[in-house]
Design a binder for this molecule. Structure first.
Ligand code: SF4
Ligand code: SF4
Length: 323
């Protein structure tokens, strides 16, 4: 039996909502089939008041072994580093986080806010929010760059806004069954099994991406083209399995005609763009995307795009806007 404690800091509960939608395994399966004992969770915890506080104190002091500490949301440090903007069980949440992280065998950050600070950490960041071990792309965050759990591992980051339920449950099962050290992480401490390939992998519009043909409107079917050229799709620059491990087991943003907004990357939500242009591809000289797919450069991409447009077959241009 592996014990798990899940707390929320500066959070909207989106990752909890996503987790509760898990199906294979479900949150219940984690308990009944995979031996995870949920000591407390904001939505699932059975204990209230003093009884709940006793669990937190026992885990924080080491009196009760804590195998997995899951944190959702930012660590709020305002005002002036005291953390008193986010009180929980009589103390600033940041004090619970520091003590529980020190006692846990493994610490898992769920969602962008816990991983890198997410939306709350955007300038001017009045809550002084940060992630557990990153602040945006910079290693450090609340626990510091060299922090390691009792098992000797850094925080395992499962980003997303929210994280897909399967990403969460599969990692929790691996951790609970003693395989945490086998989870290969990338340089942002994300499990490589989910965050090595690009969101574009498996996208049903990719043939139109190849021939540089754009869809004209949001929400249109796959046959109408790619969302990269006019709607700012970040699929070629974002690492996630959203088109391999489908949402609700049936779809993804790009399949539904909405651009990927890059929610698994530390820079999300990319709101440094001019107002009204978040879903608009930024262009150089009116035609070439300002940001090109990861791994290429604007000049090479420009040459490829020109050739691809010339070579585009008739089927790729039907009913579409040619950029
Ligand atoms: S740019 Fe977006 S819509 Fe186009 S193929 Fe890539 S992921 Fe799909
Ligand atoms: S498609 Fe992009 S924005 Fe949507 S959940 Fe996946 S990574 Fe996030």
């Amino acid at each position: 039996m592996a014990t798990l404690l899940w707390l929320q800091g500066g959070a909207c509960s989106g990752n909890t909502m996503s987790f509760l939608n898990a199906e294979e395994p479900s949150a219940c399966d984690l308990v009944t089939d995979f031996g995870i004992e949920i000591l407390w969770h904001p939505s699932l915890g059975m204990e209230l008041g003093e009884n709940a506080k006793r669990i937190f104190h026992d885990c924080a002091s080491g009196a009760r072994p804590l195998d997995i500490f899951v944190f959702e949301g930012t660590v709020i440090q305002a005002p002036n580093g005291t953390g008193r903007y986010n009180m929980f069980a009589d103390r600033p949440m940041q004090e619970w986080v520091r003590e529980l992280a020190a006692q846990a065998s493994i610490v898992v950050a769920i969602g962008d806010c816990a991983c890198w600070g997410g939306i709350p950490a955007m300038a001017p960041n009045p809550s002084q929010s940060t992630g557990l071990q990153f602040h945006k792309r910079e290693l450090g965050g609340f626990l510091g760059p060299n922090w390691r759990s009792k098992a000797g591992l850094p925080v395992i980051n499962i980003p997303g806004c929210p994280a897909h339920p399967d990403w969460v449950t599969q990692i929790l099962v691996a951790v609970a069954s003693g395989r945490a050290a086998d989870i290969a992480l990338d340089d942002l401490q994300r499990p490589q099994t989910f965050f090595t390939s690009f969101t574009q992998t498996g996208c049903t519009r990719v043939q139109f991406f190849e021939y540089k043909q754009s869809t004209l409107e949001f929400g249109q079917g796959t046959r109408t083209g790619c969302l990269f050229y006019e709607f700012g799709c970040r699929g070629p620059m974002t690492r996630s399995p959203c088109n391999r491990i489908l949402w609700n087991r049936q779809s993804s943003k790009t399949r539904a005609g909405m651009p990927c907004t890059g929610c698994t990357e530390p820079e999300f939500p990319f709101f440094d763009l001019a107002p009204g242009t978040v879903f608009k591809t930024q262009k150089i000289s009116g035609a070439i995307p300002k940001e090109v797919p990861t791994g290429t450069d604007p000049i090479s991409y420009m040459a490829l795009a020109a050739a691809a447009r010339v070579a585009a077959p008739k089927w790729a241009k039907e009913d579409m806007f040619v950029v």
